[in-house]
Ligand binder design. Structure first.
Ligand code: BGC
Length: 741
């Protein structure tokens, strides 16, 4: 007996040792020693690799390769590699990069995107659109969503999520705004950074994309964006900078467009100088699918060609092409090594080597609850005249339009999640199976709820006239690949007008990818902006309309009142054949969204940061002091109403003379917070304004520069509602924009 126990315990010890003491078990394989730094592990793995093994890591294959690679000639992709890809790639994945099994380096199995797993035969859970989540003004909501979709990425067998969209909503019609996190660099960078951090907490890689200034879809592969370095650093690049600092993504995906005459994926300024130089970025740059134009782009900072597919594709980083480039001296051995080392670093640092992914069951119920909570934190109550909402004591409701009997819309393109429960396709658009009509019936079992599709205005108006209240659902579809319209599609504007005329108690729920015009806004007493609300969107909408949930979202994007208010009325190349070379000069520079409206004195339809609650919040006792180069602000927020709720406090900074300070606009968002408060309760909040939000970028010396002077700190609950102010005096401050200085 004693002997057996001794034997069992020594076997157990042996097992423990074999798990923990990696160096003993892996003699000569220091890269598998988890106690070494990712840098050391990457270096030692690189040293052990043959040239052919290195070349595997820098050339990725798209989902199409799965069926089409076999036809690609062997002198483009060698036969052994083709066989490897086709046998190991996940069916339905977005992309695949072969690993090196001999050394324990895993394949990179890639899936889209920021709102959930798209590329899998296994269904998954869709979050609300990223723009919706940005409206929560709460990075914890974004983080929780990231943790959830990252878990599903692993459980569907992927170790790389092509996520982290953070392009600024410079163009409100951008077809991909729903994938991004709004128009303000601080808000966008904070929310995207939190998402990436949540995803990567699952020991997988997340990208951040699309680097950079890829702010419109029209002619996206040939659009040449002209913008100054200063404007970029203070707008689009600042959003990336904040998000990379907060989320530390393993990879950056470079974009399709050209920036100042150079493709995003061969842009020495953006990739080598800013990203890897000034920001000290250690991960790797992967291309967007089809965004590579030369082998020489490796010298401009591209580390991995991703998305090779079929006959006809240019294999710029394919093994034969790279070998020829090494031989001719076009690419140096040390540059190739650096490319591979960066990819290895990301695989080690983010846990993809030590925690191999495998297909596992998904707790869909728990994950849908995460998505529902995100929607409940994010939907924005734009208007609520006469406290029409929440619905109380209504006996009959007319629900009209927006396919509210079928589901809620989702955005199109590569981020269109394959949802559990099955996508509902209506007129080629994806809807998620969470119909608001059914959810309202569940929340209000005693009310008589009728439905009208809204196709016929007279019939919709008749139903509305015979009901206590009418709720009109409006859909605006947006997708990757083309830009949208601000005017609602079809008869929807007329529908609201007709219904509101028939029943003055008309509530409008807008499900859209981006901003839309609302010519009927004055006729509808209540408006809820629901964006694309995710897999439990219907429930979230119903719970907000009925008051189970108190709305707390605030707009992450300005809703312009007219086309005349846009910085660019025309989208260059619109209506022209695909891949027509076109240019756009972003003359508004860093004055994006509310900043542009402030510069021009335009009153928007709805201002950035606007959002109502069923309770009210009072802000007071604002204080501010300079703290080195930053500013520390403090204030109290109190729930001054009768219901529990979440208030969003926003601090903007406004130089006494913004032109003299060199700013792009009169004010910038400097800090924000969300506070959960019971009625009558208050909380003291301390926040810091990042020095870069006080400065201008000076390209000549690569510096940030705060100009001496007076700066007002404005506190309120929307960019157009800032009742509190204090002033600080800042001294002149100049510092390098590069981490290495
Ligand atoms: C999109 C990327 C996406 C990739 C892979 C591209 O068309 O721009 O965002 O990750 O496809 O699906």
């Amino acid at each position: 007996m004693g002997k057996t126990i001794a034997l069992v315990s020594s076997v157990a010890m042996l097992l423990c040792t074999s798990v923990q003491a990696q160096p003993d078990v892996q003699p000569g394989r220091p890269w598998l020693n988890t106690s070494l730094s990712p840098e050391a592990r990457a270096r030692s793995a690189l040293a052990a690799m043959t040239l052919d093994e290195k070349l595997r890591l820098i050339f990725g294959y798209s989902d199409q390769a799965f069926t089409k690679l076999a036809k690609v000639p062997d002198d483009i992709v060698p036969p052994d590699l083709k066989t490897y890809v086709v046998t190991r790639q996940n069916e339905g994945s977005a992309g695949f990069v072969p690993g090196v099994p001999r050394l324990g380096i895993p394949d990179q199995t890639q899936t889209d995107a920021s709102m959930g797993v798209r590329n899998s035969l296994i269904p998954s859970t869709a979050l609300p659109s990223s723009l919706a989540t940005a409206a929560s003004f709460d990075p914890a909501v974004s983080h929780a969503g990231g943790v959830m979709i990252g878990a599903e990425t692993r459980a569907t067998g992927h170790n790389t999520m092509l996520s982290g969209g953070v392009n600024l909503a410079r163009e409100p019609r951008n077809g991909r705004n729903f994938e991004y996190t709004g128009e303000d660099p601080l808000l966008a960078g904070t929310m995207a950074g939190a998402l990436i951090d949540g995803i990567q907490s699952n020991n997988i890689i997340s990208t951040i994309k699309h680097y950079a200034v890829n702010d419109a879809e029209t002619q996206r592969t040939t659009l040449d964006v002209t913008i100054s370095a200063q404007a970029m650093r203070q707008s689009d690049l600042l959003a990336f900078e904040f998000a990379i600092e907060r989320g530390s993504p393993g990879s950056v995906m470079c974009s399709y467009n050209l920036i100042n005459g150079r493709w995003g994926c061969e842009n020495d300024y953006l990739l080598n100088k800013v990203l890897k130089g000034d920001w000290g970025y250690k991960g790797f740059v992967m291309s967007d699918w089809g965004a590579v134009h030369s082998t020489a782009s490796a010298n401009d900072g591209l580390d991995q060609f991703t998305g090779f597919c079929c006959v006809g594709d240019k294999p710029w980083f394919g093994p034969p092409a790279m070998k020829a480039a090494l031989q001719s001296g076009l690419i140096s051995q040390s540059r190739l090594d650096n490319m591979v080392e960066r990819i290895l670093w990301a695989l080690f640092a983010k846990g993809a080597v030590d925690h191999p992914v495998k297909v596992a069951p998904i707790d869909y119920g728990a994950h849908a609850a995460v998505s529902q909570k995100a929607a409940e934190e994010s939907l924005v109550l734009l208007k609520n005249d006469g406290d029409l909402l929440p619905l109380r004591g209504v006996k009959s409701i007319a629900v009209i339009g927006g396919n509210a009997d079928r589901g809620v819309p989702a955005g199109g393109g590569s981020s269109d999640v394959t949802p559990v429960g099955g996508a509902i396709i209506i007129d080629k658009w994806t809807y998620l199976p969470s119909p608001p009509l059914a959810a309202l019936k569940k929340e209000l079992p005693r009310a008589k709820i009728g439905f009208d599709t809204g196709a016929d205005l007279a019939s919709a108006a008749a139903l509305a006239a015979g009901s206590d209240v009418a709720i009109v659902f409006l859909n605006q579809h947006n997708s990757e690949g083309f830009d949208g319209k601000l005017k609602l599609e079809g008869n929807q504007d007329a529908l609201v007008a007709a219904v509101a005329k028939a029943n003055p108690k008309t509530i409008v729920v807008v499900e859209s990818g981006s901003a839309v015009f609302m010519p009927w806004a004055s006729q509808a007493p209540a408006i809820l902006q629901a964006f694309y609300p995710g897999i439990r969107g219907g429930d979230a909408i119903a719970r907000i309309l009925t008051g189970k949930v108190n709305p707390s979202g605030h707009l992450p994007i300005t809703f312009p009142a007219s086309l005349e208010q846009l910085a660019h009325r025309e989208l260059p190349g619109l209506g022209m054949p695909g891949e027509t070379p076109v240019e756009i000069v972003y003359g508004e520079g860093a004055a994006v969204g509310y900043k542009w409206h402030d510069v021009k004195g335009y009153e928007p339809l709805w201002a950035f940061g606007h959002g109502l609650s069923y309770t009210s919040f009072a802000l007071s006792d604002l204080t501010a002091q300079p703290d080195e180069r930053a500013i520390k602000v403090g204030f109290s927020i109190r729930n001054s109403g009768k219901r529990a709720g979440k208030g969003v406090a926003q601090v903007y900074v406004a130089p006494a003379d913004w032109k003299k300070a060199g700013w792009e606009a009169p004010k910038r968002l400097g800090a924000f917070t969300k506070a959960d408060l019971k009625p009558g309760k208050s909380k003291r909040v301390e926040l810091t304004v990042d020095p870069r939000l006080l400065a201008t970028y000076e390209a000549a010396n690569n510096n940030w520069h705060i100009k001496a002077g007076e700066y007002h700190l404005l506190l309120g609950q929307a960019s157009d509602d800032l009742p509190q102010a204090v002033t600080v005096t800042l001294p002149d401050a100049v510092w390098s924009a590069s981490v290495s200085n």
